[in-house]
Design a protein around this ligand. Structure first.
Ligand SMILES: *Cc1c(COP(=O)(O)O)cnc(C)c1O
Length: 397
């Protein structure tokens, strides 16, 4: 069952009226806004009016998107940012101070992990990592923490957790919960309904959906959103452009259809690869154990860990439809080998920590068609294993 209906995406009558009744709202491509009188400008500065002043702090196209995102996630308010990382860093810096401690899931998104490890310690904010499916371990770590950073599923190896139980534990200890919901999207998971305080997205992925935007957002209760808006929005200044807001509004119109198609394609491919002897492990929510209660589908991503004996470089080079590249969530199918993506990290995100093996490759199932994608993978597997056999023979093995 889908969590989001197309109705969440329809513009309200008021929104349409404010957008000159255009079916597709206009792009307010302006830096500054003009005032008729001294008093009108003064009211804007004092907060007596909510008129727009300057596009770093507010823009009508961006606000339409923010209102729509808040409705989609069932949160009170939303803020759009220039990237998913801007959303994560602005939320953290807008809410935390020196001496605060973050608890993060292991296998967090790589640049979120680097934010916690490289930048935040300079501001006196430390981070602990935990397997959040182990509720007892989590409870111990939460004592005295300020913020719990979650993903469900987690990056690269797609570990899952019981979101309702985790949210309740954090709430009991007065710890703010922030989840990166990019992998599920509001179509497959609505964390605020499970008791989570704040949701962030990389809108560069499913929300925009066409690989032509880098953007992010934070959604949640006004208590937190107002604090982020008052500090991180004007002072860090990572605002979204009106043009990109418009592209995301366009992408959202097909969000539910696209996420369903990516999910069904990935399910279909994984089902046909599951007994292939060259694959040691399939990492996908719902594959080895049931989907967690809050997640109604696994989405378009999965990771394959190959058996020793294949040549992953030859495999990747033999693919014709799946292209090598970071990101996901657009039309095109992509692969990302762990041996390249995780090579710089040490600690909990290092290669070989928590199942991230050098033999793992992450796949994103695009919209090119399931059977062509499966054939692409099996042809490349044949090529990679054949080459390895040829090499062994040449070595006299
Ligand atoms: C891509 C991604 C991000 C970062 O988003 P950007 O828009 O690239 O800054 C954060 N979390 C997840 C899960 C992502 O896939």
């Amino acid at each position: 069952m889908r969590h989001t209906s197309g109705l969440d995406l329809v513009l309200t009558r008021d929104e349409t009226a404010a957008a000159f009744s255009a079916a597709v709202p206009p792009i307010f491509q302006t830096s500054t806004f003009l005032f008729q009188t001294y008093e009108a400008l003064e009211d804007c500065y004092s907060g007596a009016s909510s008129a727009d002043l300057y596009s770093r702090t507010g823009n009508p196209t961006v606000r339409l998107l923010e209102d729509k995102l808040a409705r989609l996630e069932g949160g009170g308010k939303a803020i759009a940012f220039s990237s998913g990382m801007a959303a994560i860093s602005s939320a953290v810096l807008g809410l935390l101070k020196a001496g605060d401690r973050i608890v993060s899931i292991r296998n967090a998104y790589s640049d979120a992990y680097r934010l916690f490890e490289v930048l935040l310690p300079r501001f006196g904010i430390e981070t602990d990592y935990v397997d959040a499916s182990d509720l007892e371990a989590l409870q111990g770590r939460l004592e005295g923490a300020t913020l719990l950073f979650l993903e469900n599923p987690s990056s690269f190896v797609f570990e899952t957790l019981d979101l309702r139980k985790v949210a309740a534990l954090a709430r009991a200890k007065n710890v703010i919960t922030l989840i990166d919901n990019s992998f599920a999207s509001p179509v497959l998971q609505r964390p605020i309904e499970a008791g989570i305080d704040l949701v962030v997205h990389s809108a560069s992925k499913y929300l925009s959906g066409h690989s032509d935007v880098v953007a992010g957002c934070v959604i949640g209760h006004p208590t937190y959103i107002d604090r982020i808006r008052a500090t991180a929005v004007p002072l860090l200044g990572a605002k979204l452009s009106a043009m990109e807001a418009s592209l995301i509004l366009r992408g959202l119109r097909t969000l539910a259809l696209r996420v369903d198609a990516h999910t069904q394609t990935a399910d279909w491919i994984v089902e046909r690869l599951k007994d292939d002897p060259r694959i040691a492990r399939i990492h996908r929510p719902g594959h080895a154990e049931p989907l967690p209660e809050t997640l109604s589908g696994a989405g378009g991503l999965f990771t394959l860990t190959f058996q020793e004996g294949g040549d992953i470089r030859a495999f990747c080079n033999a693919l014709r439809i799946f292209r090598l590249g970071v990101s996901w969530g657009g039309f095109e199918s992509l692969v990302l080998p762990a041996a390249i993506a995780n090579r710089q990290d040490s600690g909990p995100n290092a290669l070989n920590a928590f199942q991230i093996s050098k033999n793992s490759v992450r796949f994103f199932a695009g919209l090119e068609g399931a059977s062509a994608l499966l054939e692409d993978i099996t042809t490349a597997l044949d090529a990679a294993w054949h080459q390895e056999a040829v090499k062994e023979n040449a070595l006299g093995g």
